[in-house]
Design a protein around this ligand. Structure first.
Ligand code: PLP
Ligand code: COI
Length: 354
């Protein structure tokens, strides 16, 4: 099927694709997963997700490589992270193999929506689970749904690789011993006012500091930080309350093993940020986006790498990571998961309700 999308001008938003994966957990048991064309969800008015935000999600991308293969990047790590999110929110684990079954089936079924190699776009996959049965007292749901949909996306930040401007945020994202280290929907709900306010003030994102002392750098609403010192060392903040980014872990590996750089994963004070040469935001959506400027209540920190383009070290990291993802550079063992989209299964007919 030919799809009428201007791949090079896609933003990071929802575009409906034909097929999604659904599995239900009822009376203590998972159903077999199935594919559906129906994009609505019918749940009771007092479902755990609606009343107490019992939901967690993941984000990963499918790409077409230089030699025409369809691949996903380290999906095993998304599966592992989802498992820890589910456990922290008292949701049942997925049956063995269901996460990858969903990834593979949704990518194959929506193969016409995978952006072409070289377009800069990709097929974003959103696995998620939520409490689907009634609760009134504060307790976990008894029933759940696991779903995965796909949507083609372009860059997360509108200006592409133009360096971003952040502000130091007065709201907190996560508490010590809270849920900052898992991908819970609630972490994003509480960041909405902060991001709306940041955008109204002309900033691209918020820099969150640790909520206990407000002296250490945590992360942004949707990405981890990577700093580069003046002598080229990569520094990434370590904290129990930030999301363990798969992109950040991959970039640190690439820095050490492909680019011979020194890497430090340690607590980073806000005070030392002014001394770094380069700064970037990394994540599945953000990839590695350069930061040019951070505004701390009127005091500006401007990274010497310049406001107009990526600094040299961030660029090297970016090009190596994207090269690996797109099959231009050999990947470390196990990083690239190929999906044979020719091996197509029968798809369901249109459904209106389930
Ligand atoms: N931090 C937050 C809060 C995120 O939402 C994301 C996105 O997934 C990341 C960091 C980056 O993580 P990853 O590289 O695994 O996508
Ligand atoms: C991702 O990078 O996959 C995320 O979930 C971040 C989100 C802010 C879009």
């Amino acid at each position: 099927m030919a799809v009428d999308i201007d791949w090079s001008n896609l933003g990071f938003g929802y575009v409906k694709t034909p097929y999604r994966f659904v599995a239900e957990y009822r009376r203590g048991k998972w159903s077999k997963g199935r594919m559906t064309t129906y994009d609505k969800i019918v749940i009771p008015e007092s479902a755990g997700v609606l009343q107490y935000a019992q939901t967690a999600f993941e984000g990963l991308k499918a790409y077409i490589t230089k030699d025409g293969k369809v691949v996903t990047f380290r999906p095993d790590l998304n599966e592992q992270r989802l498992t820890s999110s589910l456990s922290r929110l008292e949701m049942p684990a997925l049956p063995e193999g269901m996460f990858m079954e969903a990834v593979e089936k949704v990518v194959k079924a929506n193969k016409d929506f995978i952006p072409p190699y070289g377009s800069g776009a990709s097929l974003y996959l959103r696995p998620y689970m939520f409490g689907a049965s009634n609760v009134v007292g504060v307790k976990p749901s008894e029933d759940y749904q696991f779903r995965l949909f796909a949507t083609p996306v372009g860059p997360y930040f509108k200006n592409g690789v133009k360096p971003l401007t952040l502000r130091v945020c007065d709201y907190d994202r996560a508490a010590p011993h809270g849920t900052g280290n898992i991908k819970a929907g609630l972490n994003y709900a509480m960041s909405l006012q902060a991001i709306v306010e940041a955008h109204e003030l002309g900033f691209d994102e918020n820099m969150y500091l640790d909520s206990a002392t407000r002296t250490f750098v945590e992360e942004t609403g949707g990405a981890n930080f990577i700093f580069v010192t003046k002598n080229g060392t990569i520094v990434t903040p370590k904290s129990e309350s930030i999301l363990p980014s798969i992109t950040r872990r991959s970039l640190c590996y690439v820095a050490e093993n492909y680019l011979n750089m020194r890497v430090e994963h340690r607590p980073v004070t806000f005070e030392e940020v002014k001394d770094f040469a380069e700064c970037g935001l990394c994540g599945t959506a953000a990839v590695l986006s350069p930061v040019g400027k951070i505004n701390d209540h009127g005091r500006e920190i401007i990274f010497p790498s310049g406001m107009y383009e990526m600094g040299p070290v961030i660029r090297q990291l970016y090009e190596t990571l994207v090269g690996i993802q797109l099959g231009e550079i050999e990947a470390p063992e196990g990083w690239i998961h190929e999906i044979d989209v020719q091996d197509e299964e029968e798809q369901p007919a249109d459904e209106q309700a389930e």
